[in-house]
Design a protein around this ligand. Structure first.
Ligand code: GDD
Ligand code: MG
Length: 300
């Protein structure tokens, strides 16, 4: 049995205006709140308790997710008085955390092998073990260099000159942590795990493991849309069944027979799409009205 702390306190600025009224983890992705995918994935790797480290609009999140599914992990909500940063948020949860726990960025859609990461952590008697994933352009992420034993040699958060670093592996925002890491985090102030804590742990029990599978940070509109198509086209394993043409129309949506839907479209609950409208490469959240002949292309 395992405990996971999920960081969901960011403001989701890059997804505005979507995230002006809904916190990023509660935004619908295909047909369910985004965070449901993460909870389901955690549950599949033996997690039975999820602590949601909230900052921003915690009530909206609780409204959407409640205490969790009957057979899924129990959900617990913690809200910082003000955003304390990625390490500050973990420190804030200190009294609830077990000897060993998982910590995760809450804006990642993934099916990576979390169990393998936990095994590596145990095998190395590590203090902190980070899931790593290769990307083409690492500049927007935490860039990590490891040796052949998985020891992290360098951790650089959003380096100005990523080309100077000989690695394409980034921090996937998936950590196995020992409780002792909390001793390095000062309380009651803003601390970043990426900028302040991981660099401090280099050479002191910090490991990384490259994981195979699907991984996507959904923090921008482009990546949010791509994540939806990846689910509907079956590139990531989730409980949503892939669909022909990656088209999903909710049963409660009203779509005129002459409207053209897809390829790649989600039409959410209670949407209304009028005659001759075109919806392509786009996601309509609940209650959208699309007028006669309107074209919705590449939009949320
Ligand atoms: N509770 C709480 N409090 N959560 C926070 C806070 C805070 O003050 N600040 C950020 N978070 C949460 C966000 O909601 C998000 O789920 C996660 O922490 C990461 O924050 P982002 O703002 O999305 O960071 P990023 O995407 O730019 O970079 C991070 O993720 C990359 C992978 O997607 C870093 O961890 C990088 O190193 C990493 O490569
Ligand atoms: Mg992010």
């Amino acid at each position: 049995m395992m405990q996971a702390l999920v960081l969901v306190g960011g403001e989701g600025t890059r997804l505005r205006p979507l995230t002006k009224t809904i916190p990023k983890p509660a935004v619908t992705l295909v047909d369910r709140p985004f965070l449901s995918y993460m909870i389901e994935w955690l549950s599949g790797h033996g997690v039975d308790e999820v602590i949601l480290a909230c900052g921003f609009m915690p009530d909206r999140l609780r409204e959407v997710l409640g205490d969790g599914e009957p057979n899924g992990p129990r959900l617990r909500y913690l809200t910082e008085p003000e955003p304390l940063g990625t390490a500050g948020a973990i420190k804030f949860a200190e009294q609830y955390l077990d000897q060993r726990f998982l910590a995760l960025n809450g804006d990642v859609l993934t099916d990576l092998d979390l169990s393998a990461l936990i095994r590596m952590h145990e095998a190395k008697s590590s203090k902190a073990t980070l899931g790593l994933f290769p990307v083409d352009d690492p500049s927007a992420y935490g860039l990590v260099t490891t040796d052949e034993d998985g020891r992290i040699l360098e951790f650089l958060e959003k380096p100005e000159h990523p080309e100077l670093v000989d690695s394409d592996e980034i921090n996937a925002g998936i950590y196995v942590l020992e409780h002792s890491v909390l001793d390095l985090i000062p309380a009651d102030r803003t601390v970043s795990i990426e900028r302040d804590i991981f660099p401090l742990l280099v050479g002191r029990g910090l490991h990384g493991m490259r994981l195979e599978g699907y991984w996507m940070d959904i923090g921008t509109p482009e990546r949010y849309l791509q994540a939806g198509w990846d689910i509907l086209e079956g590139r990531v394993s989730t409980q949503v069944n892939p669909r022909d043409g990656a088209v999903l129309i909710d049963a409660t949506a009203e779509v005129d027979a002459s409207a053209e839907i897809g390829p790649r479209a989600v039409v959410g609950p209670a949407c209304h799409v009028s005659a001759g409208a075109v919806i392509r490469d786009s996601v309509l959240h609940a209650g959208c009205e699309v007028g006669r002949g309107a074209q919705v292309l590449g939009s949320i």
